[in-house]
Design a binder for this molecule. Sequence first.
Ligand code: GAL
Length: 373
Amino acid sequence: MDIAGVRVRRRTLSAALAASAVSAAAGCASTADDVVNAVKPPDRGTVGISMPTKKQTRWIADGENMVKQFTLLGYKTTLEFSEDSVQDQVTKLDGMIGAGVKALLIGAVDGSALTQVLAKAAAAKIPTIAYDRLIRDTGDLSYYATFDNFKVGVLQANAIVDFLGLATPGGRPVTVEIFAGSPDDNNATVFYNGAMSVLRPYIAAGRLLVRSGETTFDQVATKGWDGAKAKTRMARILAAGYPTVVLDGVLAPNDGIARGILEALTEAGYGTPAKKLPVLTGQDAELESVKLIAKGQQTQTVYKDTRELAKVAVQMTNALLTGGEPRINDTTQYNNGVKTVPTFLLQPVNVDKNNYRRVLVDGGYYKAAEIDG
Ligand code: GAL
């Protein structure tokens, strides 16, 4: 980003010098001040970016993409991560408000824990944008930029339906276990609802069996999106419910959780010709999981192009700060308990062994060597 910033500044400088040369040639008086003013990069102030954690690599990419794009528009940025600590995030947001940032972009650790700090931002006339995760219980949130979260769940469940051939009538009942994300993340419920909208009819018809009996959100949620917790739960379920019966599918809400589940499965003897790994979903197209897809160990992931989300959030912020109207495409789905937040929804993309090269390599998200290496 520094390099890009320098490049922009250089271009501005040569443009300004060229302009002053033209005006000198045209006989206009050109003072030293004119030149200095013209070469100053536009100073649009600092934007605060608060990401929840570095534990999932996607947030690092999200943060860096936003910094790059804000820099090109002439903004400075403060980018902070909070390692999933609510208190740390609130303290860092407080600090940014105190430092006089022009706007705040927030990927919340806990979507229900920011009411007070957003009130402070509002009092200081700092607009706030919820990044990827909705911020709840506040009237002070200006906008929300995210992916179609319900569709994420639908794509995950469709992978289970497709790879297990559930739509073909007359097949044997197959076994599945269900995992969801962190209860403090609003998205987790939306992903779960999307997935269950597809799976519930199969469960009701007896085509899908959940031998643990754990199907409600509270029963299947994974606090902190913690892969280790998911591994422990998977191991417990395998030991109790699948001593001889084989598990055919697992709905995992993201890649980190899928990898935890995969460890438990492998330790329980799955992944041999006699005991094939179950169909296993994911989300975020993290490099480690895309490698597992290439090797046939994880079945699917949901790709959310963080470059596009960053672009939308940056454009929203820039519009707000320059007196424009941010572009939105949803005004109904995201009520945060106080208001329905104007939202821009991007489309998530299903990725599996059949299309990962086309989507992720041809799309420039990863290099082939990164995946195969
Ligand atoms: C969600 C996000 C997912 C995934 C998950 C784990 O809020 O929408 O893409 O990253 O958090 O961090």
